[in-house]
Design a protein around this ligand. Structure first.
Ligand SMILES: C[S@@+](CC[C@H](N)C(=O)[O-])C[C@H]1O[C@@H](n2cnc3c(N)ncnc32)[C@H](O)[C@@H]1O
Length: 752
């Protein structure tokens, strides 16, 4: 969530792109007449290549920002190839989906990654044209497309392409096919110019050798195609065995886990069956099927108790299973790995705690507690289904911008890379499709077919819609929010520059008064209760942080208006009053900047005035606008060692955001320990507020200070996901506390 934004610059880009789309639409149905000859096009391609290399930031008005555009939505081709008619480039019409047709072309340049992957192709009549496709197709091929590659585009679409003038664009991975040279579709004129053309007499053995050779060259897609061909050529039992084995191995290397499992399961006992079994165990592991993975490794260990690899694999799988079933995580290790790895992909399992998905009354599905939980309890620890980071070599962490005129949104960061990785993952592993396509898509019309001609169909636009409604922005570690100027392993600031999809967490609806809180350690999302929550209660989590200025929140992107008491009150408050609050907050900040007793008194007076703009009682509407000024005032008093004043400001700030407290001793309530009777809004800087309160109580009521410190830890646990790094993170703040305790020696059980 919280990555979409509107500002004047993105509005301008949205409008510009919309105009370009309208210009293209004006050409709709016009016959294609190539403006450039084949040679001119090739020369121009070299110029484009050079320009794109010289301008790594892209060519748009956003300067150094790398801008990508979501095209208008259309469904992928669902027709079988046998039902499509071949057409030539000259037959194409502009801005038209040539439904029922395909073109067969050959690349006459290498594919270049510009804004998307671009390559110049020609058809049999030697008409040349740029072809633009998504990068994931190359990832599902062998990672590149050289000269002489045969490509088939189903239902092609000829369009104006910004920067490249015109070309065929392919938005769905299943709409483009790499045709192996040995395929009967390849015209003989093209075939003769490339190796491997005389394959009509090849036996299963020949295909097997070629398959193995391709594996050795790292061309796994080509290897699977050749092994498949071998399996069609009446192999002997032994050849079949090896063809399945090597194809399975190529699928494994290409991360096509579904197909890999199918082949490895089909291998009969015999040579290589133990290596195949190990491959199966590892494949199940990558599919997060840890129980089955353990069973396979146990079988291998039984077969050969000296098998060190099997023992190591089993150990890893058991650790994952313990995470998945028993929530046994080593958070300290996770933090360490996340800080040292880029991208921070941590190999952990997902634990689903005392929660279940149910229908809500008016907000679709929601996530509910199955038992009562306490603030800080773990609810979900989820591994990202897909995760994307900005490339560390980019000049700015926020250097890429994705523009979507359909949703009228602009998003920063790696969302495009996230979409690519999901499309690729689903195309390679159709068994995972429903994990993503079941997520909320605001009525997106899903295609009826899951596969055509044995190949999976993945709708790029559906994935983009799902990401925009369910994706989360994330720092590399939420601990970064508590460490000034923190950098992650990429050297980038620890801000929201990564993004991902966590399917279980995506079932949680928004409320500004949320009762659950997410934290990140690498690609793991950790959700904890931010309140004591009874059983059968819906969990809610902020999609966007409630505005500290107490201004109206805009959830149109997600298609709802927040109905929480705070938002309802803001809507009912006159704009004049909201503006006054903004002004008063500014004046308070100015007063606090001016470090004198007089100005602090003025700041306190202004806070009183600000409080008066909230006429409704606290137990009905929170006063979020008071939080920041009061915590700033508390900080100022803290620095001046005026501890009582600091403590009182913190207590007021806490009460303003919904905390009900007892026993601070600062407000005449001298009996009993310090307890939070009711939790309020849990924000990152709440930890600091507790620490100020703790220090302010230290000299007058050390036991209570100790009790407050526990709440600081608990808040840290909720905001960061784990508690182990608390001392190291707040070392300086707690130093004084520790010193005081050891000097006085009077606080028993103080654990710092
Ligand atoms: C990430 S999904 C949450 C799960 C979703 N309710 C479902 O059925 O799968 C986000 C969508 O849930 C709905 N939603 C979330 N919070 C809401 C709220 N406070 N009020 C109304 N609808 C909400 C909106 O339709 C939003 O686009």
């Amino acid at each position: 969530m919280d990555r979409f934004f509107h500002d004047p610059e993105s509005e301008k880009l949205l409008r510009e792109h919309n105009q370009a789309l309208e210009a293209a639409e004006a050409l709709k149905g016009k016959q294609f007449k190539p403006a450039l000859t084949r040679d001119e096009l090739l020369r121009k391609f070299i110029f484009w290549q050079k320009r794109s290399k010289d301008q790594p930031g892209g060519q748009d008005s956003a300067g150094m920002v790398d801008v990508s555009f979501a095209p208008p939505i259309y469904p992928p081709c669902l027709a079988s190839l046998k039902d499509l008619k071949r057409v030539m480039i000259k037959d194409l019409l502009f801005e038209t989906h040539h439904r029922g047709s395909y073109i067969l072309v050959r690349s006459i340049t290498r594919a270049e990654k510009m804004a998307a992957v671009t390559v110049i192709v020609e058809d049999e009549q030697k008409h040349a044209i740029p072809l633009r496709m998504l990068n994931e197709k190359l990832s599902c091929h062998d990672g590149f497309a050289g000269k002489g590659e045969i490509l088939l585009v189903k239902e092609p679409y000829l369009t104006l392409i910004p920067g490249v003038e015109y070309g065929i664009k392919v938005d769905h991975i299943s709409d483009i096919m790499f045709i192996p040279m040995f395929d009967n579709m390849v015209p003989s004129a093209w075939r003769e110019q490339l190796p491997e053309h005389e394959t009509s007499q090849w036996t299963a053995g020949n295909w097997l050798s070629m398959g193995i050779e391709n594996i050795n060259w790292g061309r796994f897609y080509s290897a699977t195609a050749r092994c498949s061909k071998g399996l069609e050529c009446s192999p002997t039992e032994e050849e079949r065995h090896y063809l399945l084995y090597y194809r399975g191995m190529a699928f494994f290397k290409a991360h096509e886990w579904d197909a890999c499992l199918r082949d490895l399961d089909a291998i009969p006992a015999g040579p290589k069956s133990e290596i195949a079994l190990r491959g199966k165990g590892q494949t199940l592991y990558y599919l997060q099927r840890f129980r089955e993975s353990c069973d396979v490794f146990i079988e291998l260990c039984k077969k050969d108790p000296e098998d060190v690899n099997a023992k190591n694999d089993l150990r890893e799988a058991i650790v994952r299973l313990a995470e998945q079933k028993k929530c046994l995580y080593n958070f300290k290790d996770m933090q360490e790995k996340a800080s040292k790895t880029h991208p921070p992909l941590l190999g952990h399992g997902t634990w689903i705690g005392p929660v279940t998905v149910r229908q809500t009354e008016s907000q679709g599905r929601g996530l509910f507690t199955t038992q009562a939980v306490k603030a800080g309890d773990l609810l979900l620890c989820e591994k990202a289904f897909a995760y994307a980071t900005e490339h560390p070599s980019k000049p700015k962490w926020n250097s890429s911008l994705h523009i979507n005129t359909e949703l009228w949104t602009t998003t920063r960061g790696g969302q495009l890379a996230l979409a690519s990785s999901i499309v690729e993952k689903l195309y390679k592993n159709p068994s995972l499709t429903s994990t993503i396509t079941n997520l909320y898509s605001s009525g997106f019309k899903q295609v009826s077919t899951e596969s055509v001609d044995g190949n999976p169909v993945v709708d790029t636009f559906q994935i983009a819609r799902i990401i925009s409604l369910n994706g989360f922005g994330s720092p590399t570690s939420s601990r970064g929010n508590h460490i000034p100027d923190a950098l992650d392993a990429s050297g980038s600031p620890e801000k929201l520059h990564n993004c991902g999809i966590w399917p279980n967490a995506s079932t949680i609806n928004h409320s500004c008064m949320s009762n659950a809180h997410r934290a990140f350690i690498g690609d793991m999302m950790i959700i904890r209760a931010a309140d004591d929550i009874p059983a059968d209660t819906e969990l809610t989590m902020w999609y966007m942080l409630p505005s500290p200025e107490n201004q109206p929140m805009d959830f149109r992107h997600w298609g709802f208006e927040c109905s929480c008491a705070m938002c309802a009150d803001i809507r009912a408050t006159e704009p004049r009053v909201l503006e006054m609050r903004v002004r008063q907050r500014e004046q308070i900040a100015i007063a606090l900047d001016n470090n004198s007793t007089l100005s602090h008194e003025r700041a306190e007076m202004l806070v009183e005035r600000l409080a008066e703009t909230y006429p409704r009682p606290l137990d009905q509407v929170l006063r979020l606008g008071l939080w920041e000024p009061l915590t700033l005032i508390a900080g100022v008093y803290g620095r001046r060692k005026e501890w009582e004043k600091a403590g009182k400001a913190v207590i007021r700030a806490l009460e303003g955001v919904g905390f009900v407290l007892e026993g601070s001793g600062l407000e005449g309530d001298v009996e009993g320990p310090f307890v939070v009777k009711k939790w309020g809004l849990v924000m990152d800087n709440l930890v600091v507020a507790w620490i100020i309160l703790c220090r302010s109580l230290l000299r007058v009521a050390p036991e209570r200070a100790m009790q407050v410190e526990r709440y600081a830890r608990m808040t840290y646990l909720i905001c960061v996901g784990e508690e182990g790094s608390f001392d190291a993170t707040y070392e300086m703040s707690l130093k004084e506390v520790r010193q005081f305790c050891s000097e006085e020696g009077q606080v028993e059980g103080w654990v710092v």
